[in-house]
Ligand binder design. Sequence first.
Ligand SMILES: Cc1ncc(COP(=O)(O)O)c(C=O)c1O
Length: 396
Amino acid sequence: MVTPRQLFQKHIARTSAMPLMLDIVSANGVWLTDRDGKRYIDLIAGIGVSNCGHGHPAVVRAVEAQSRTYMHLMVYGEFVETPQVMLAQALAGHLPAHLDHCYFVNSGAEAVEGALKAAKRHTGRHEIVAFNRAYHGSTHGALSLMGDAAYRNAFRPLLPGVRLIDFNDRTALEQITNRTACVVHEVIQAEAGVILPEDEFLPSLAARCRETGALLISDEIQTGGGRTGTLFAFEDFDMTPDILLLAKSLGGGMPLGAFISSGEIMQSLAHHPPLGHMTTFGGHPVSCAAALAALQVITARDLRGEMAHKEALFRRQLNHPAIQSVDGRGLMLAVAFESGDICRKVIRRCVDLGVVTDWFLFADHKLRIAPPLVITDEEITEGCQRINKAIEQAVA
Ligand SMILES: Cc1ncc(COP(=O)(O)O)c(C=O)c1O
């Protein structure tokens, strides 16, 4: 009999050089079970997606109920769809007053694209500033902002007028000028290996944007949703975006993204021409219903206390001497080794020992720890023991 693994090899187009090839048949909380019945602790949550844990009953109930009520009805923004408006209202309730208009899309990259267009129209400018070692998605616009020349060069020509500067370099902020339409940044640089902003960096960035009239676009596609101890990471860094980007965990496991801004900025996509941004499936009612349920699950928790406690548990128990540092905040952590080679071996041994993790796009010597936020203390201990053992075997 042909196995799903063989069909994967034969029919699934993929770009990964070394796919993990796990054949998962069920997922619950932080646990994944493969076709042979082997169980894995999921320490990456589908890359920052399953914050509520896999199969959270409230999210599953919302998906079931909404799929019975209606699924796709009409392209985005024509009908009043209750799940969309309820979600938009709930998000606005957790955000500063000016971030009260949501445009829902299907993914993070699409949120980036929509935000870039809104910034261009609102400012009448086209130059964009972004950061080295940033990842914002794989579509052409998002790729133009990607902080790695090798990826960009392979797909030129890309968007003109993009300037890439170093994260945490305050002197580079001078390159934001009155010709800059927008600055796109991550609050915490994820794929660079979880790099936190230094104390004054984000307030200085926001101040420079205000001074020059450039819009500040904060990509919280990976940080948003409670992972760093606040619902949105910017809350801890003395700044507010002009446009906020969400995706990944937003949909509670369903595909959903959003760019969120003021009515005035969003209005720039609605005239000359009208329909300045369109999507068929963006804000799918089932995704929005799942997202609302997930938001309620996450905001009912003591995010700050819980994420600090769980971070401390990981830091205390990841204690193998081959670990050079543990960077990050809350449940967005990066465990650094001496080389990418060691890290790859550790990841392989982790999978053998029943732990799913991976590396970072621009920091292949770091191992990713980004589990569902509902992970228990016992599961953290179990995960750390397995990782320490995997390191021991990898460096032996
Ligand atoms: C910070 C950040 N922005 C944008 C994206 C792109 O999101 P998507 O894969 O949904 O297009 C990602 C995906 O990893 C991301 O980590």
